[in-house]
Design a protein around this ligand. Structure first.
Ligand code: ZN
Length: 225
């Protein structure tokens, strides 16, 4: 006879106690690290303002092992990606266009799949990571949020699968940091809330493309910073 512990139904009969903290945060809380990649650091093609300032703090947070669930996103584009200004003759980086019926900023070429600038930042010990979500791999669709890509040709925003991954692990709350505060981090927090998670932005461990956006970001996140 197999023991009760060996039964695949044991988890249903004896749900885990998600209220017990493990070295810090409760088990139902996940950390999401957004796009901590060299191309978004000062000196990179799409540098965030003081983007490198968050690296030591994120490294310390991971080393402290405060979260049971740790997810990183990695911007990971083909060279022909639609978000690159270089793929739109006559358009400069940061120009606005309409793409699939939605406003789209054109960016400098960044985070091309397999290049050093697309790697997870080398000054961080990533060993606590449970999952890496690569986004922006479809040449025709940009992808800011960890949860859903931007609007595609059919007007929908395809899910990345992260919401299901988190829910199957009993996660109800996410803490989000990384780059950029005003784009991919913001969209991730907003999508988390829309999908029914509790969500917080760890403001000190984020940096924006430009600090002029901070007021608007705070306003968009009222209560979640
Ligand atoms: Zn990108």
């Amino acid at each position: 006879m197999p023991s009760a512990d060996a039964s695949p139904l044991a988890g249903n009969a004896c749900p885990r106690d998600y209220t017990v903290p493990m070295n810090g945060q409760p088990h139902d809380t996940a950390l999401i690290l957004v796009d901590v990649q060299p191309d978004f650091m000062p000196g990179g093609p799409l540098a965030c303002h003081e983007g490198d300032a968050i690296v030591p703090g994120i490294d310390a947070l991971l080393r402290a092992r405060r979260y049971r669930h740790v997810v990183a996103t990695q911007d990971w584009h083909p060279r022909g990606h639609v978000s690159f200004a270089a793929n739109h003759p006559g358009k400069a980086p940061f120009a606005q266009i309409t793409l699939h019926g939605q406003p789209q900023t054109l960016w400098p070429v960044h985070c091309v799949a397999g290049t050093p600038g697309a790697a997870l930042h080398a000054a961080i010990d990533w060993s606590p990571l449970d999952l890496v979500v690569r986004k922006g791999t479809d040449a025709a669709v940009d992808s800011y949020s960890a949860f859903r890509e931007n609007h595609g040709p059919d007007g929908a925003r395809p899910p990345t699968g992260l919401a299901g991954w988190l829910r199957e692990r009993g996660v109800a709350e996410v803490h989000v940091c990384g780059l950029a505060r005003d784009v991919c981090v913001l969209w991730t927090v907003q999508d988390a809330l829309a999908l029914g998670f509790r969500a917080r932005m760890l403001w000190a461990l984020t940096r924006p493309v430009t600090p002029e956006t901070d007021e608007a970001t705070r306003a968009a996140l009222s209560g979640c910073v």
